[in-house]
Ligand binder design. Structure first.
Ligand SMILES: NC(=O)c1ccc[n+]([C@@H]2O[C@H](COP(=O)([O-])OP(=O)(O)OC[C@H]3O[C@@H](n4cnc5c(N)ncnc54)[C@H](OP(=O)(O)O)[C@@H]3O)[C@@H](O)[C@H]2O)c1
Length: 247
């Protein structure tokens, strides 16, 4: 376990050491949004994720503009290299939410677009991220870009603690933009409050294609996440469905 990285002036928040229980269970309101094919895929087996039309992209960017934070897993950064900014609708730089990348082993490439200076970026990582031998150099490079690094969890980012911490930082609502593995982590821990999906009239198929929620899955229907329908409407050539998560 490496808690002693020589970070000079680099601030790494190690929340595994923080036993402060103030505000425990107070977390941001989380909206999970995806665009998927009718068979629940987020992309094809060759990672073609062109699902949304222009109007749906605008819908998503309006949500981005309205939230404090936008969160993705490192898998999405590595596969899609998104900017995670508001750029499909009229917006100023100040409208960009804080970008949060969940990345246990600090695999993020230094040239990832999410590290550009369009918005603040937080990387949530773990105690053991320091096991890679070039990690100190990477941390220094990230610090030069003013990236905030938060450690929470030992091998895998502790999403429950991360939510509490983000809330304490003033992030009161988050748009969760996937992918399927991080979505599972968030649903499994009951951290999602609202679901919004755009369903394109397409069937992608493929056992290996990412779905809305991957991970291990719930064993029984009793354990699964239950939703209450809030709204639905046609958009582009598909439909948008919005649900509240029953708690
Ligand atoms: N259509 C859409 O709306 C949409 C949106 C987003 C993504 N996508 C697609 O989704 C695919 C990527 O999905 P993905 O499942 O490969 O990656 P992902 O969900 O973006 O990232 C998953 C990674 O997050 C890290 N992670 C750290 N702590 C975690 C935790 N507690 N729980 C879960 N994950 C944790 C893990 O990597 P470490 O162990 O290294 O930390 C994990 O492998 C791409 O094909 C992309 O195009 C589509």
């Amino acid at each position: 376990m490496n808690n002693e990285i020589n970070t000079e002036n680099i601030e790494i928040e190690n929340n595994n050491k923080n036993n402060n229980t103030d505000n425990i269970n107070v977390k941001p309101f989380v909206i999970s949004n995806v665009g998927m094919s009718l068979d629940g895929k987020l992309a094809t087996i060759e990672n073609d994720s062109r699902i949304s039309g222009e109007d749906d992209l605008k819908r998503v960017h309006k949500i981005r503009k309205s939230v404090d934070g936008i969160m993705v897993g490192i898998g999405t950064v590595l596969k899609d290299d998104p900017r995670l900014t508001v750029h499909k609708i009229n917006a100023k730089k100040e409208d960009n939410p804080i970008r949060i990348v969940v990345d246990s082993n600090l695999r993020i490439p230094l040239n990832a677009r999410v590290l550009n200076d369009d918005a603040t970026t937080i990387i949530a990582t773990t105690e053991n991220m320091g096991e890679n031998k070039n990690i100190n150099e990477k941390i220094r490079e990230l610090a030069k870009k003013n990236i905030i690094i938060i450690k929470t969890g030992i091998d895998k980012v502790d999403l429950v603690k991360l939510m509490e911490l983000l809330y304490k930082k003033g992030i009161k609502n988050i748009l969760l933009e996937g992918g399927g593995t991080l979505n599972w982590g968030m649903f499994e821990n009951n951290l999602v409050d609202e679901v919004r999906v755009y369903i394109a009239p397409k069937i992608f198929g493929g056992k290996g294609a990412p779905t809305f929620v991957d991970g291990d899955g719930f064993k029984t229907v009793d354990e699964c996440i239950k939703l209450a329908l809030k709204n639905c409407y046609k958009l582009d050539d598909g439909i948008v469905i919005e649900y509240t998560v029953k708690k």
